[in-house]
Design a protein around this ligand. Structure first.
Ligand SMILES: C[S@@+](CC[C@H](N)C(=O)[O-])C[C@H]1O[C@@H](n2cnc3c(N)ncnc32)[C@H](O)[C@@H]1O
Length: 236
């Protein structure tokens, strides 16, 4: 319980201190974390290389680590030094994190500066794209898609109705930014999205998007296929 309180209070403090990059009031809940990690859960085959982008306090990381097997490799990239410090403590102290600590590297950096030696099978991204300038969203997407194996899968989430809401309450300048961010996201989703999950049991309700390169997938609609599907969130 004390761990939970530390997680939530750190997250809320960072939300107030660095709103633009933290982008949420609270960490993702377990249903959203499960939706984002779904392709890892359904992985069959050899060792996985996984990248988590923007883990914050580790709400999604704690779901990811459940699926790490002995030869897998997890890279985590986080911009905020306080979140990095908290995560390192979790990998030192909590058994489910400690189990995979030797297979995990934490990079304290903006993801757009991350250099990789080999592409990833799975990218799980928690960035608040709707808070960013459109040029940054574009360059991060290009970078992430470029780091994805041809057969790989990337997941990311957005809060439902966040762009229409921001457009209603924001200044003219912010509205223009949100419209342009929406344009960038729509373009990438049109090209790469294969499935999506709506998760209503989360603060706030969200949609998890599953992205893949065009020619890949097994067509089973679980984010591992080519069909554009909407999963039933009740499944989680
Ligand atoms: C909405 S929070 C998500 C946290 C966590 N994944 C969750 O779902 O609870 C966004 C996270 O992305 C991080 N972040 C923002 N911009 C980043 C960047 N350019 N590179 C890496 N991390 C970034 C923030 O510091 C924050 O931890």
């Amino acid at each position: 319980m004390r761990k939970r309180i530390t997680e939530y209070s750190t997250f809320f403090r960072e939300f107030r201190r660095t709103f633009d990059t933290t982008g949420a009031l609270a960490p993702s809940g377990p249903f959203l974390a499960r939706a984002l990690a779904r392709p890892l859960r359904e992985h069959v085959g050899g060792p996985m290389r996984i990248l988590e982008v923007g883990p914050g306090t580790g709400a999604v990381t704690q779901e990811i680590v459940r699926h790490i097997r002995p030869n897998d490799c997890l890279h985590i990239v986080e911009l905020n030094d306080r979140f990095v410090a908290l995560l390192k403590r979790r990998f030192d102290a909590e058994p489910r994190f400690r189990r995979v600590a030797a297979q995990t590297s934490i990079f304290h950096a903006p993801v757009q500066e991350l250099k990789v030696e080999a592409p990833y099978d799975y990218i799980v991204c928690g960035l608040p794209f709707n808070n960013f300038p459109p040029e940054l969203v574009e360059s991060i997407f290009r970078h992430l898609i470029g780091m994805l194996q041809p057969s790989g899968c990337m997941t990311f989430f957005e809060y439902l109705w966040v762009r229409p809401f921001k457009k209603l309450v924001a200044s003219r300048e912010q509205r223009q930014r949100v419209v342009e961010v929406g344009g960038v996201l729509r373009r990438y989703l049109a090209q790469y999205e294969r499935a999506q999950d709506r998760v209503f049991l989360n603060v706030l309700p969200a949609v998890a998007h599953y992205l893949r390169h065009e020619s890949c997938g097994n067509g089973n609609g679980n984010g591992n296929g080519n069909a554009r599907l909407r999963h039933d969130a009740a499944e989680h």
